[in-house]
Design a protein around this ligand. Structure first.
Ligand code: ADP
Length: 472
């Protein structure tokens, strides 16, 4: 199993957390039980010692001693009695406190001062532990000796050991449950992630039909949905790119083959007259101009799509931009006998936009209107300021666009009729550039067209604060 996996990390965290909480808890419980059992034993011995030291009438009271001895057996304890010289005069024979031996100072001293002794001690040279409770034997308000009850701590230790075993069993049990639970949770968490990893790798390899189903509605589910969106985007991008390259090579091949063919004719002097030669040269010139335009348009479009087109935003008087655009295309219009009627009024709101790019948009659309209009027709251009935006209409009464083609008209290289467009001289990128530019400038473009009646382009741009009179 991978040490960097979520299962490991999460498992590690849970177990560390578990141990940090559990160990102090277990330690505290152990201490509580240990002191509880010891206290209980000590109290029992104290009680016994108090009771019998009070009932004794003399340190040599044999009958009383005999009775104590029997009682002490009941509570599994030993006892001994010592006199005021510290000598043990009666003992049940407990190791270290035999009859005739001297009692140690730590017992004798406090008892001789009417104090009580309660201590825990270890057998010399052995590992047995004992609890001891000593009381003075007071007769007529005078200490005559002491009575000491001693109990082996075996019982206490057995009880503590039992508690410890139970504690250990519960710790190990809980640890196993925690490990199992961790494993289960981590698997549940990591399995959709692993699924996503596999799917993403497949997608990266180009398998764009990979399906990823994560039905949860949490963050993991939305990540899976995002991966699927990415896959769709990638597929669209791929299709577009394929189509784009097919179009581009077609568009480039056509003028290049014309240029190549006619320049060969001129080079090999395969023409009959100077007039014919001029004609061929004219074709070469037209096609190379077209090629230059195409390359320029492609370059512009690429920049736009990468978001690298520089825009110079400034306050722009839309009427002025339209007037200058019309001036630039007027010659082309006149050649076809087309009249451009531009109606501009003063008082139009200013646009905070890029004037040069606006002009590029208008020229493109007006040139199209001229290109796809018949001789001696008319083009109407007018501005309609609205509350929030400014609308510009470019209306021609040309050949129009069939309804079925309208949804695709802004796509790169889309042409209603390939041969017709080539003969009229466009690159097929004009409207794609226009749409991109309009959107970069924060506006939108709509088209309305009826075949053989004409086409209307409507442009909307959000207005700025100024109006044209305020210009001075
Ligand atoms: P092109 O360089 O071919 O003009 P565009 O992107 O500018 O490329 O236009 C795409 C297609 O839309 C044109 O080939 C033409 O078929 C159609 N079109 C554009 N403008 C007009 C118009 N004003 N009237 C009729 N058809 C138009």
């Amino acid at each position: 199993m991978n040490i960097n996996s979520i299962t490991f990390k999460l498992g590690g965290i849970i177990i560390v957390l578990f141990l940090t909480v559990f160990f102090p808890l277990v330690f505290t419980i152990d201490q509580l039980f240990t002191s509880f059992y010891k206290n209980q034993k000590q109290e029992e011995l104290d009680h016994f010692a108090t009771k019998y030291s009070a009932s004794i009438s003399d340190v040599d009271d044999k009958a009383a001693y005999h009775m104590f001895k029997m009682s002490s057996e009941l509570i599994n304890a030993d006892l001994f009695v010592f006199n005021m010289k510290g000598k043990i005069i009666k003992s049940t024979g407990i190791l270290g406190f035999q009859e005739g031996t001297q009692v140690s100072d730590n017992i004798f001293q406090p008892i001789s001062k009417k104090q009580t002794v309660g201590i825990e001690y270890s057998e010399k040279g052995g590992d047995q532990k004992f609890l001891l409770s000593g009381k003075p034997i007071i007769i007529g308000n005078e200490v005559k000796g002491g009575l000491v009850v001693v109990s082996n701590m075996d019982n206490v230790n057995t009880s503590i050991a039992k508690v410890r075993i139970w504690l250990l069993v519960s710790v190990i049990g809980s640890l196993f449950i925690a490990i199992g639970f961790t494993f289960f949770i981590s698997k549940k968490l990591s399995s959709p992630l692993l699924k996503m990893e596999r799917a993403t790798r497949e997608i990266a390899k180009g398998k764009l039909k990979t399906k990823l189903v994560v039905p949860t509605k949490d963050e993991v589910g939305s990540l899976a949905a995002a991966i699927m969106d990415l896959e769709r985007e990638l597929e669209d991008y791929r299709n577009n790119r394929r189509e784009f390259f097919a179009n581009i090579s077609h568009e480039l091949r056509t003028p290049i083959s014309y240029i190549k063919g006619y320049s060969k004719v001129v080079k090999d002097e395969l023409y009959d007259s100077e007039e014919e030669k001029k004609q061929y040269l004219m074709i070469i010139y037209d096609e190379s101009t077209r090629l230059a335009e195409l390359i320029n348009d492609l370059f512009e479009l690429a920049k736009m799509e990468e978001g690298k087109l520089d825009l110079d935003f400034e306050w722009v008087d839309i009427s002025e931009v339209l007037i200058s655009s019309v001036k630039k295309v007027d010659l082309k219009a006149k050649e076809k006998g087309i009249h451009i009627h531009l109606s501009t009024k003063t008082g139009n709101p200013f646009l905070f936009s890029d004037g040069r790019r606006l002009e590029q948009i208008f020229i493109n659309l007006i040139e199209n209107a001229i290109r796809y209009s018949n001789q001696d027709t008319k083009i109407d251009i007018y501005i309609a300021p609205q509350k929030r935006d400014i609308q510009i209409f470019i209306i021609d009464s040309g050949i129009g666009i069939p309804k079925d083609d309208l949804p695709f008209i802004f796509e790169r290289f889309y042409r209603v009729e390939k041969s017709r467009s080539r003969s009229t001289g466009g690159t097929g990128l004009g409207l794609a550039i226009v749409k991109n530019l309009v959107e970069l400038l924060g506006g939108r473009i709509e088209i309305n067209s009826v075949e053989n009646i004409g086409t209307t382009f409507k442009l909307c741009f959000p207005i700025g604060q100024k109006v044209s009179e305020e210009k001075e």
